[in-house]
Design a protein around this ligand. Structure first.
Ligand code: XMP
Length: 525
């Protein structure tokens, strides 16, 4: 299988070297927000590998270590001879200093959080036009005390005498503060000035140009051959399918497997959007009964996931034969996947372990004999959403919250039965509807209902009840690695609670989950 390259063909590219702080992705995104394509690379890349990518500029990220620490990561010093502009941020700036004749002092005080930066002279390329005093975000212990050879200090803070430096001639730029975080008042300006003035990038990487380039690349990759796509209903597969459909129209056949474990009306929405509105060739497989039989009597969480995952693959294999014959009866050789950039970032391996990988049930067996078409491989999630909107997908799909591959199967504790799915779908619909009414859905990463396997006593009217509770789970998060329980206003929770109890038969109690991640996970299983 081979993967399609990202949409960087005709565009300037800036490489972000990831020294291990959590900031590299943020830097890459800020560069893209300035309409310049960016890629994250490992600090172990050699100067020759970097040169082969022909970047317009390079940014060194911050990192958790001290440049003085044993085994501190450095970059191949030959990178300084490539005549490519380099911006170092925090650790990156210190590394530039250390590798180019400057000194990084081991101060006994660090600076953390909001700090006032004082700009000297005209601020140079990076800070020109910004105020003399401005708030920046700092997170450092060591500080540069002697600048690298031939560079001019351009700003300072109380504990960082050289908080910014540059040499236009040597194409070296450094900032001790973090321009990529929102708390740095003029941070985006600093990044843009580096890109435009330092690297000469025009900023022509826009959503429309991404789509045009992708369409062209998809056409080149698949020629006139048939292509298939498993459409899960999630954002990524939906946008990938819409993009491929724009490129090759009827050469694409989508398969949607209804596992019976989807949210209320989800399958209908997939049909409505893709088949009716976009005119995509869609094979719809209602496999719900097969999933319910496979799940009968299964209560252990991992066993459930396994049962769902394996059956999904079998159902898809069956549908594949039909789907892959294409509109003209030829076998498909290509399979569309909605892989995103965070899944492919090749970086320092010691922190790659923090990236959680799920067995993606919307995903497919590893031994399939298809070549992959991955048109979203170089995009972040928010960029995928923008591409989706630009292609005309409705907000309901494009702004959809993440949904686990095994669906409601991991939100029903204990055995999964059609009745329980119906109960949960209904309660889940109310949670989402009330949240949307309150205008909170975009602030919240995921919000849903969980149906536990216990019952409790209640009273409704004059009747004693013995029914299921529903647990509401709503979290805020940046990336699902960590999450906090969402502070939903009480009146919204109350509306959810009273509607669930009044409208969903068999439910007599509602609880709100106030566990962050860690120690909890977002899903209950
Ligand atoms: P947890 O529960 O581990 O979930 O905090 C983190 C994020 O991953 C989603 N999730 C899954 N996504 N297949 C997926 O594609 C899965 O099997 C799966 N399990 C959990 C979850 O909804 C959350 O966004």
């Amino acid at each position: 299988m081979s993967a399609m390259p990202g949409p960087d063909g005709e565009f300037d590219k800036v490489l972000v070297v990831d020294f291990g702080a959590q900031y590299a992705q943020l830097i890459a995104r800020r560069v893209r927000e300035a309409n310049v394509y960016s890629e994250i690379i490992s600090p172990r890349s050699t100067a020759a590998e970097i040169a082969a990518k022909a970047p317009a500029g390079i940014i060194f990220s911050g990192g958790p270590d001290s440049v003085h620490a044993d085994g501190a990561i450095a970059i191949d010093p030959a990178v300084y001879d490539l005549d490519i502009p380099i911006l170092g941020i925090c650790y990156g700036a210190q590394l530039i200093a250390q590798q180019n004749g400057g000194t990084v002092g081991r101060t006994d005080r660090g600076e953390y959080g909001r700090t006032v930066l004082t700009v000297g002279g005209d601020g140079g390329t990076l800070l020109s036009g910004t105020p003399t005093q401005q708030n920046v975000w700092m997170s450092h212990f060591d500080a540069i005390t002697v600048p690298p050879d031939g560079v001019t200090p351009t700003a300072s803070t109380p504990d960082a005498p050289i908080a910014a430096f540059e040499s236009v001639e040597r194409k070296l730029y450094g900032v001790q503060f973090h321009p990529e975080v929102m708390h740095t008042e003029h941070g985006q300006q600093v990044i843009e000035r580096f890109l435009r003035e330092g690297c000469g990038t025009p900023g022509d990487w826009t959503m429309a140009s991404i789509i045009d380039t992708s369409v062209e690349q998809i056409r080149q990759q698949v020629g006139d051959k048939p292509v298939i796509c498993a459409l899960s209903g999630g954002v990524d597969s939906a946008v990938a399918a819409a993009l491929v459909h724009k490129a090759i129209g009827d050469q694409l056949t989508c398969v949607h497997v209804d596992t019976g474990l989807m949210r209320l009306n989800e399958a209908d929405q997939v049909i409505e959007t893709f088949e009716k509105n976009f005119g995509v060739r869609l094979i719809f497989v209602d496999a719900s009964e097969r999933f319910f039989s496979a799940l009968a009597g299964v209560t252990e969480p991992e066993a459930k996931r396994k049962a769902i995952g394996e059956l999904f693959i079998r159902v898809f294999e069956d549908a594949k034969a039909e789907a892959s014959s294409g509109s003209d009866g030829r076998r498909a050789e290509f399979l569309v996947q909605g892989t995103l950039y965070p899944d492919v970032i090749e970086s320092g391996s010691e922190h790659a372990s923090t990236i959680k990988s799920h067995h993606n049930v919307g995903g497919l067996p590893e031994d399939m004999e298809f070549e992959l078409v991955e048109p979203l491989r170089s995009l972040f999630k928010d960029e995928v959403r923008q591409v989706g909107s630009e292609l005309g997908l409705p907000d309901d799909i494009v702004q959809r919250q993440p949904f686990p591959g095994p669906g409601l199967g991991v939100r029903i504790i204990g055995e999964v039965t059609p009745d329980k799915v119906e109960t949960l779908q209904h309660a889940d619909f109310i949670v989402r509807e009330e949240l949307a009414k309150a205008g909170l859905e975009r602030e919240i990463w995921q919000s849903f209902a969980v149906l536990p396997d216990i019952r409790s006593v209640g009273v409704m009217g004059d009747e004693r009840t013995y029914g299921y509770p529903v647990i509401i789970r709503a979290v805020t998060s940046e990336d699902a690695m960590t999450a906090d329980w969402a502070r939903i206003p009480y009146d919204v929770l109350e509306a959810m609670s009273s509607r669930i109890i009044n409208e969903v038969p068999g439910v007599n109690r509602v609880a709100y989950d106030i566990t962050s991640k860690p120690p909890g996970t977002i899903e209950w299983e």
